[in-house]
Design a protein around this ligand. Structure first.
Ligand code: ADP
Ligand code: TZP
Ligand code: MG
Length: 267
């Protein structure tokens, strides 16, 4: 898959990326959006979300610290985004850890056309109706083939599904792309999953092929992480290096380091 040129396009267009997201990693998501090349706006009030999203290039919905009222605001923003043809990224944080989270994620999928569902293995498996163990926001174990589950979720929802982990897998139900960039230190920083969704929002705002946008986001963020790990070996310094390397990243470095494999899924 050819993803060249998208980072430059992102930096030229500087799309506004509207987030309705959690209180834990909101600041990290704003910063990662900015250093990637987008413009972050975190706007949650039901009175303004429809208006705000009309100025945006993409909407990112993250249920990490959801309340029922916040989910109502997500539906308002998502419906307006759909009317305007804007991409919507859903991070179903902790789906299955409680029934409130799972029901909220399902409601969002029912009431909004979602472009990209991005979760860790357990979140995606549970959203697909499979069996998995999740402890808070942490994926512990999945029974069954997560690739099959992701592909069936993609076919059922017409969304691109991205499953993160040491290897990231992205599928539209027919094609499967594996991204093996990244570094294990990413799992030592709270919010790298949320940040991945923010970067996906950035790329989806400038690339209509949603599968390609999701892959470009994963490669870009994970290559920045590889570069960050050259100068740090512990979480706090790694996190600051990650922002710096994403800010410095260029197309040539992505081209040299990208590790993408594509195949068709047997249905
Ligand atoms: N062991 C690893 N090696 C390389 N990249 C990783 C590893 N663990 C996580 N990542 C990357 O970190 C980001 C967050 O993934 P993950 O930890 O699965 O999400 P979450 O934080 O939502 O559970 C993704 O971009 C993923 O590619
Ligand atoms: C710990 C935590 N609790 C609620 S949201 C959140 C952050 C989850 O971040 P990520 O999914 O990127 O690890
Ligand atoms: Mg997560």
């Amino acid at each position: 898959m050819e993803i060249g040129g998208l980072l430059e396009k992102l930096r030229e267009e500087k799309p506004l990326v509207h987030h309705i997201t959690n209180m834990v990693t909101m600041s990290e998501c704003a910063n990662v959006t900015l250093v990637a090349g987008g413009l972050p706006i975190m706007a949650h009030a039901p009175q303004e979300v429809a208006e705000m999203v009309s100025h945006a290039g993409a909407l990112v919905l993250n249920i990490g610290t959801l309340t029922p009222a916040q989910v109502d605001a997500m539906v308002l923003a998502g419906r307006r985004a759909n009317e305007l043809g804007l991409p919507v990224v859903l991070d179903p944080v902790g789906a299955g850890a409680t029934s409130l989270r799972l029901e909220a994620a399902k409601r969002l999928l029912k009431e909004i056309k979602i472009s990209i569902i991005k979760g860790n293995e357990a979140e995606v498996a549970i959203m697909a109706g499979g069996a998995a163990e999740i402890k808070g926001v942490e994926s512990i174990n999945v029974s069954g083939d997560v690739v099959e589950l992701a592909a069936s979720l993609a076919r059922d929802t017409n969304a691109v599904v991205a499953v993160t982990g040491a290897v990231d897998r992205v599928t539209d139900g027919e094609r499967m792309v594996e991204v093996t960039n990244g570094n294990a230190l990413m799992a030592t920083v709270v919010g790298t999953g949320c940040m991945t969704a923010s970067v996906m929002g950035c790329f989806a705002a400038v690339e209509k092929d949603t599968l390609k946008a999701a892959v470009a986001a994963l490669v870009t963020f994970n290559v920045a992480a590889e570069l960050a790990a050259r100068n740090s070996d512990a979480p706090a310094s790694f996190k600051s290096q990650l922002f710096d390397e994403l800010y410095r990243l260029d197309e040539q470095t992505i081209k040299t380091r990208q590790n993408i494999k594509e195949r068709m899924i047997n249905q």
